[in-house]
Ligand binder design. Structure first.
Ligand code: FES
Ligand code: FES
Length: 176
């Protein structure tokens, strides 16, 4: 099978039953994406596919050939953090860090969804985004659990990077 991951092409022979998460971690040694629950409940395995966030543990790798897959390894580097990564550091958006790769990939995907005007479960206005408050962001990030409870820092980091509250309706910035 042939995959495009973080801009690199990978050709690997794997069983067709292999999940995208196992492909990344076990076969390509991209271990940033974490296996928390392996059943779609925690979000630790979140990656981006063509800019949309998915749970890699629920995805069969074979279905993602020819798509542009981005993992946390493709978001920034230790010497050059993406803005959202730097914001997580600044706002103490993590403790153990286990959920962090998924949180960051999910935040990037979430911002893109919001920028396209997709409402969340708690959006008061389904026709556009007029308010983005703490609860709205918490709802939009509710698929990503943090057992350390770093939620306030996570939301502060996301808000700083992706939400432009000087505009009405509130605008979401492009993912860096
Ligand atoms: S490991 Fe995929 S959602 Fe928990
Ligand atoms: S920082 Fe530990 S699980 Fe989120």
């Amino acid at each position: 099978m042939r995959f495009s991951i973080n801009g690199d092409i990978h050709e690997v022979e794997v069983d067709v039953r292999t999940s995208l998460l196992d492909l990344l971690r076990e076969h390509l040694h991209l271990t940033g994406s974490k296996k928390g629950c392996n059943q779609g409940a925690c979000g630790a395995c979140t990656v981006l596919v063509d800019g949309e966030r998915i749970n890699a543990c629920l995805a069969l790798a074979v279905q993602y050939q020819g798509r542009e897959i981005i993992t946390i390894e493709g978001v920034g580097t230790p010497g050059q953090l993406a803005a959202i990564q730097a914001a997580f550091v600044k706002h103490d958006g993590f403790q153990c860090g286990y959920c962090t790769p998924g949180q960051i990939c999910s935040a990037i995907g979430m911002a893109a969804e919001a920028k396209r005007g997709l409402p969340s479960f708690v959006s008061a206005d389904l026709s556009g985004l007029s308010t983005i408050d703490h609860d709205e962001l918490r709802e939009r990030m509710s698929g990503n659990l943090c057992r350390c409870g770093a939620y306030n820092g996570i939301i502060d980091a996301i808000r700083e990077v992706f939400v432009d509250e000087t505009t009405t309706p509130v605008k979401f910035e492009e993912a860096a």
